[in-house]
Ligand binder design. Sequence first.
Ligand code: SF4
Ligand code: SF4
Length: 514
Amino acid sequence: MSSADTPDKSPLTLVRLNAVANDGASPKGKPGCRKCGDCPGGGEDCNGKKVTTITSMLPSPDHVLSTLEKDGSRRWLFPRLAKGRYWNRRRWFGYALIAFFVILPHLRYAGKPPLLLDIPARQLIVMGNTFLPTDTVLLAFGMLGVFLTIMAATTLTGRVWCGWACPQTVYMEFLFRPIDRFFEGTWGHGGKPRRLVTGVLAVLRFATYFVLAMALAHTFLSYFVGTDRLAMWIRSTPIKHPLAFFVMTATTVAMLFDFLFFREQLCLIACPYGRFQSVMLDRKSLIVGYDVVRGEPRGRLKKETSDTKGDCVDCKLCVAVCPTGIDIRDGLQMECINCTQCIDACDSVMDKIGKPRGLIRYSSQDGLTGKPSSKMRPRMLLYPTLICVVASAFFYVLLTKSTFDASLLRGAGNPYTSIAIGRVQNSLKMRLVNRSGEPQQYTLGITSPEGVSLEVMDPSQLQMQPGDSRLIPLSVAFPASLTGQGGRFEATVTVTDGVGRRKDLNIPLLGPRQ
Ligand code: SF4
Ligand code: SF4
């Protein structure tokens, strides 16, 4: 007995039955079904076959999402490949980006990687400049600059980032999708698989994915720990660096999940950037759009009616190539990642039927409706002005920043200790950071008042490499008579670097009340 005859009562099955009933097809899809959709609830279809119609649930509309079947299950996309001018440009740009991403951590600038978010040392290195968690002003200006640049770029160029440079698109379209097409037998064409990838083929495909995902995960990790440390870890057992091994494994698993399974869902569901489009785009922003005026009314190409029809021959090639499964002819949609595949597909159709290219093209909402579409508008003045202000503030703070940071903290424990008759000692700690691009030998001293002596517990710690940050224990001894009735007095500690730049730090020293 078929499942249609004995319906499973699980929610998923109920939804599926509902969808079948609303499709108008008999549960078995027998030949002869007119798909009229008039099958009576609990009755029989026109083939005399019993039909179960669930009336307590809302009928499913045509397609709620481009990646969802009417019964709520995942609609897997197998986009065809449209090779055209944009595809070629995007492909070379994508491979250049991948090469840049892989090579960058191996380069050196001022002896350090050009970009390193060194989590163990809690510092960010950008082109020889070291930023520490205490650089809050610089980090705030930097983040503000990045956000403003994203907003300005999106307002002007729409989702060019998504289609051309986003790692998700670049890896999916130029690394992982070609692997799929190779194993599915659609190499160079895309579209529905020509063979089932099972058995040995499935294992080989997974192994290729795994190796690529692991290589990318190692590259990703090198931006956080540096290539030297990573190479050392690769040669040693994971037991010696369990956290890094865990991060690498988790990144590999996340990549496998994303590129094997999640795919376009990341852009459609998880990525917040697509959601922000409605506030960042305006009618003059660059988009990939369909020229409704020129294309409609769409219809199959027939010689006798070609004058009255629009240029769209309704071949649906633009839909077949779309990696997010949408129909660009329905207008601007959040799912569109501006990958330009529909432009290339439609251009090839226009070439074949002898019509000018550009029925689908880069334009703006105003441009597509024939309105003047000048790029200039108030926000295109406002954003660059704000970016200039923030960038100026950032570089002013950066260029006037001291070549070393020094601050004094009190040590833990008693506020003071008696070390001899009439003499007391305070324990201190100095946070010293070498921000210069060279190794430095620092010297500490205490200038006032008379009779105070300072001792560095480990003087070798004052020899520091660029970017080093240390907490150096000190002790200060002084005559107990200096503390007076208040039990305290101010002293000045001086820090001098190898080229004579000096900082004075005041610190209250504590002792017995006199
Ligand atoms: S590819 Fe061009 S002609 Fe074909 S359906 Fe899409 S818009 Fe119409
Ligand atoms: S509609 Fe066109 S540009 Fe947008 S995602 Fe689909 S194929 Fe790419």
